[in-house]
Design a protein. Structure first.
Ligand SMILES: Nc1ncnc2c1ncn2[C@@H]1O[C@H](COP(=O)(O)OP(=O)(O)O)[C@@H](O)[C@H]1O
Ligand SMILES: [Mg+2]
Length: 295
């Protein structure tokens, strides 16, 4: 629920939870406390919590994120979202999850619906309701929790470890490269049978996602290495687009010189140069398959 807080001149989100048993109540209070513990700009911050004892309602008041959740946002804007923005979302999600893990908490329900976006395109991880503290940094056995599609194979067996969240982020990255979750399930991803990478609109990201979704938790790439890989993808994209801009620039320059009659480049030489530029462009196009934004 969205509400306006007049005193502070800001919009807030109010999450209402109906308390049905003392156990649940404890969990819900924990959600509030857990969120408060994590110091990261990428985790939704709480402003307050209120408890209505008579009706057993628990309210959590937090920052309102204008752009809603990543699931709806991506589906509504996927044609205009650049790979740069998508990479930036992934980097923020990973940084947020690293901060959660630093407090020895496993989110355990990472999915696009639990990632919010505010007006500055900053992401906020929300819904720590199912998250769990790990004792002594070891694995814990809990009730399954989470959403089946995004749940790591070991989590299906009730085992909760930090690598479960790595699997969840991998699924989010697949979603952001247009690999539909229904297809993921149909192709049996929990046994490392992944949809062909050609189906992806962002193959470099999907291939990284698959490294995060290995069946064996220990084989999954760790989150810090993942951040490095994201940086590499970003650098390659920048390099390719700069080269492409340069070839375009030289083509325009040649053409304008020819038209002005200022150039001593003969017509045949110009054709040769244009063909060279075209062939180079085809190569870059190949390298940046489906990254329409750079074409
Ligand atoms: N702070 C917020 N700002 C904007 N939308 C929010 C906020 N909190 C929740 N929502 C919306 O409500 C949905 C459900 O919130 P969530 O905390 O995940 O509750 P649930 O436990 O029901 O899954 C989110 O996917 C998002 O669309
Ligand atoms: Mg949720």
């Amino acid at each position: 629920m969205k509400a306006y807080q007049e005193k502070k001149n800001r919009f807030v989100a109010i999450k209402l939870m109906i308390v049905t048993s003392s156990d649940v109540h404890e969990d819900q209070i924990l959600e509030y406390q857990k969120r408060g513990l994590i110091e990261s700009q990428y985790v939704l911050e709480n402003y307050d919590q209120l408890y209505d004892k008579d009706n057993q309602f628990q309210f959590i008041i937090s920052k309102f994120c204008e752009k809603g959740n990543l699931f709806d946002y991506f589906l509504q804007n996927k044609n205009s979202l650049t790979n740069d923005i998508i990479l930036n979302f992934c980097t923020q999600i990973i940084q947020g999850v690293i901060a959660i893990h630093d407090k020895n908490i496993v989110h355990s329900d990472l999915k696009p619906q639990n990632i919010l976006i505010n007006e500055d395109y900053q992401i906020k991880i929300c819904d720590l309701g199912l998250s769990q503290f790990l004792k002594e940094q070891k694995s814990e056995t809990f009730s399954k929790g989470g959403s089946y599609c995004y749940r790591a194979p070991e989590q299906d067996k009730g085992v909760l470890i930090k690598q479960c969240d790595v699997f969840g982020i991998g699924c989010i990255m697949c979603f952001l490269s247009n690999i539909q979750i229904t297809i993921l399930i149909a192709t049996d991803i929990k046994n490392e049978k992944f949809p062909p990478i050609e189906n992806s609109t962002f193959p470099e990201l999907t291939s990284l996602a698959y490294q995060m979704m290995k069946k064996e938790p220990k084989k999954r790439i760790n989150l810090n290495d993942c951040l490095e890989k994201l940086k590499q993808i970003q650098n390659n994209m920048t390099k390719n687009s700069t080269k492409h801009e340069l070839t375009q620039e030289s083509e325009v320059k040649c053409e304008s010189q020819f038209k002005d009659g200022k150039s001593d480049v003969k017509r045949s030489q110009l054709i040769q140069i244009k063909n060279f530029v075209k062939s180079r462009r085809r190569r870059y196009l190949k390298q940046t398959v489906k990254q329409e934004v750079y074409l």
